[in-house]
Design a protein around this ligand. Structure first.
Ligand code: SF4
Ligand code: ZN
Ligand code: ZN
Length: 314
């Protein structure tokens, strides 16, 4: 039996980058401390802040929410965007509802189909990839909600494995605007954009998944039917996994160096922020990407419609 580094119990997880074997209890304590360190290291938010947590119902978002709630660092509102993707969305909504009720958390579900902007409806009207449309819609709704309900920050559950892939992929594509957006913290633009934080920025995916399973958290394990991973992303992920195997901790070093260099930089949208002429939130041009997209796809910009619904919930 391999013993826990801190006690006599059996170890249930090994963290190669920290050279630690841990039992269930000490693993949870380790992750909790890691979360608190990340929030403080990157000055994500102060103790007692009001934070919206975007929860898809996957293992990453339920783990983030559970850890944040255990830490007592923030007053949270769980927000789920119902993407209206058939059975996948039905299961996701139910999982988030169950998780929130079981943990006594305040939650809000934004149902896109109420406005005719469910992802399948939008995807049918464009040549853009489903994930790029979906990402843009989720970003818009969560930003608007955090702004309009007056919360201090928006937390999402992007973990380090994904962040490292996006950094290297954006560099290979020389997409510097995207590269500057990948950060543990994107600062608020008063009146236009909420502060966005990624408390799991330095977490490995296996840590997040192990925690969710060890603590029996409900999470969605069915795949979204639109999920598609391109060849470049697969290639970069494989490369980074091999680097991590050769040199445990490689990904976190990469993430920290990236954060040191880019946290003070601004994407084009943040450097010269403008207010969208239709909805009033952040935009790089006359209209924000959400209003521009919905105007083209549906004949009218939907930003204000969504914002009015949110304000009705305040
Ligand atoms: Fe949205 Fe793509 Fe994720 Fe499906 S896989 S939920 S379309 S981002
Ligand atoms: Zn222990
Ligand atoms: Zn707009």
């Amino acid at each position: 039996m391999v013993k826990c580094h801190y006690c006599e119990r059996e170890a249930v997880v090994r963290l190669p980058y920290a050279k630690l074997n841990l039992c269930r209890e000490h693993f949870a304590e380790y992750l909790l401390r890691k979360l608190e360190r990340s929030v403080n290291r990157y000055k994500m938010f102060g103790k007692g802040s009001r934070v919206v947590v975007g929860v898809s119902g996957g293992k990453d978002s339920v783990t983030l929410t559970k850890l944040l709630s255990e830490s007592g660092l923030a007053k949270m509102l769980v927000v789920h965007v119902n993407l209206a993707i058939g059975e996948y969305s039905r299961i996701s909504v139910e999982t988030v509802r169950r998780f929130s009720v079981e943990h006594g958390l305040d939650y809000l579900i934004v149902d896109l189909s109420e406005y005719g902007i469910g992802i399948p409806e939008l995807v049918a009207k464009t040549k853009r990839s489903p994930c790029s449309v979906c990402g843009m819609v989720k970003r818009y709704v969560l930003n608007a909600l955090t702004m309009d309900l007056g919360y201090d920050a928006l937390a999402t559950a992007h973990h380090g494995d994904d962040m490292a892939v996006y950094i290297v992929k954006s560099f290979l594509l020389q997409d510097y605007d995207q590269l500057y957006k990948i950060s543990p913290v994107n600062y608020e633009v008063p009146g236009l954009a909420a502060r966005k934080v990624k408390p799991l920025y330095e977490f490995y995916e296996f840590e997040v998944e192990t925690f969710a399973k060890l603590y029996g958290l409900p999470f969605v394990s069915v795949k979204c039917p639109f999920k598609h991973v391109g060849w470049l992303e697969s290639y970069v992920r494989e490369l980074l996994d091999r680097a991590e195997e050769e040199s445990p901790g490689f990904k976190v070093s990469l993430l920290r160096s990236h954060a040191r260099r880019t946290m003070s930089m601004r994407s084009a949208e943040q450097a010269q922020p403008k207010a969208c002429a239709s909805c009033g939130l952040i935009s790089s041009g006359t209209e924000c990407s959400f209003c521009r997209f919905t105007r083209r796809a549906l004949g009218q910009p939907m930003g204000l419609v969504v914002r009015r619904w949110i304000i009705g919930k305040a």
